[in-house]
Design a protein around this ligand. Structure first.
Ligand code: CAA
Length: 237
C-alpha cells in the first residue's frame, strides 16, 4: 500500500496542489485545514479534517484520526501559513502573534506529534514550506519573514536530530505563487513584484508541489536539511 502523507493547509493553493501530486504518485493523503470545505476531494484518502495548527489538542486529535484510519504517517508536509502584512511601525501585536503562531509554531505543534513514530519506524519525510521572503526579506513582512526564516532553521535542526533515523527534513522555499494569498497583495504592488522576478511570472502551485513530492520520495534519503528554492530567480541563495 502507498505511503501515508499528511498535508497541513490542504484546502487551497500550494497545499491542495501538494495533495493532488502526492495522491497521483500513489500516496494515501490526509489533509488538515483551518476551515473544512465540503467540496469533493478525490485526491484525499479521507475527508479534509478541520484543524487549527495553533491548537495543540486539535492537532493531537487530528493526527490520531489519520493514523487510526490510514495508518502511521510516513510523509508530513507543513504547509499551513498565513500573512498579516503591515510595516512594523503599524503592525498590531495580533498580526505578529498570528503569523508566528501559524507559520512557525504550527510546525512544532504538528511535527512533534509525528516525528517520534517516524524515528521508531526508521522512515520519514518531512517537508516544510518556507518562502523566498524568509530569505530576502520583504517590506511589510517582518512577521512572515521572521517565521519563514525560522522554518529554515527548524528544518536544519530537526534534520540533524533525525539524520540517523531514516527521517529526512527539508524545506521548499517558494517564490510568489498564483494563490489566493498572493492575490491579496495590492495589484499595483504585485505588478512591481512580478517585474522583479527574472522568469517574469508567478509560480504555478503545481510547480511547487512537484518539488515537495521530489523531497518526499523514498529515493530522496540522502537529501536532508536542504532548502530547495523555487522562485523564478527572484532570490539566488
Ligand atoms: N520596497 C521599498 N519600499 C516600499 C516597498 C518596496 N517593495 N513597498 C512599499 N514601500 C514603501 C512605500 O513606497 C512607502 O514609502 P513612503 O511612505 O516613503 O511613500 C512605504 O513603504 C509604505 O507604503 P504604503 O503607503 O503602501 O504603506 P501601507 O502601510 O499602506 O502598506 C504594505 C504597506 C502592507 C507593505 C503593502 O505595500 C503591501 O501589502 N505590500 C505587499 C507585501 C508583500 O509582498 N506580501 C507578500 C504576500 S504573499 C506571500 O507572502 C507569499 C510568499 O511567500 C511570497
Amino acid at each position: 500500500m502507498g505511503r501515508v502523507a499528511l498535508v497541513t493547509g490542504a484546502a487551497r493553493g500550494i497545499g491542495r496542489a501538494v495533495c493532488e501530486r502526492l495522491a497521483a504518485e500513489g500516496r494515501r493523503v490526509a489533509g488538515l485545514n483551518l476551515r473544512r470545505s465540503h467540496e469533493p476531494r478525490p485526491d484525499l484518502a479521507m475527508p479534509l479534517i478541520e484543524c487549527d495548527v495553533t491548537d495543540r489538542d486539535a492537532c493531537a486529535r487530528a493526527i490520531d484520526r489519520v493514523e487510526a484510519e490510514l495508518g502511521p504517517i510516513d510523509i508530513l508536509v507543513n504547509n499551513a501559513g498565513v500573512t498579516h502584512d503591515a510595516m512594523l511601525h503599524k503592525m498590531a501585536p495580533e498580526a505578529w502573534d498570528a503569523v508566528l503562531a501559524v507559520d512557525l509554531t504550527g510546525l512544532y505543534n504538528v511535527s512533534r506529534l509525528v516525528v517520534a513514530g517516524m524515528r521508531e519506524r526508521g522512515f520519514g519525510r518531512i517537508v516544510n514550506v518556507a518562502s523566498v521572503n524568509g530569505q530576502k526579506g520583504q517590506v511589510g513582512q517582518t512577521n512572515y519573514a521572521a517565521a519563514k526564516a525560522g522554518v529554515i532553521g527548524f528544518t536544519k535542526a530537526l534534520a540533524l536530530e533525525c539524520a540517523r533515523k531514516g527521517v529526512t527534513v527539508n524545506a521548499v522555499s517558494p517564490g510568489y505563487t498564483d494563490t489566493e494569498m498572493v492575490a491579496a497583495v495590492p495589484p499595483e504592488v504585485l505588478q512591481r513584484i512580478i517585474a522583479e522576478i527574472p522568469v517574469g511570472r508567478l509560480a504555478r502551485p503545481e510547480e511547487i508541489a512537484r518539488c515537495v513530492a521530489f523531497l518526499a520520495a523514498d529515493e530522496a534519503g540522502f537529501i536532508t536539511g536542504e532548502t530547495l528554492n523555487v522562485n523564478g530567480g527572484h532570490y539566488m541563495a
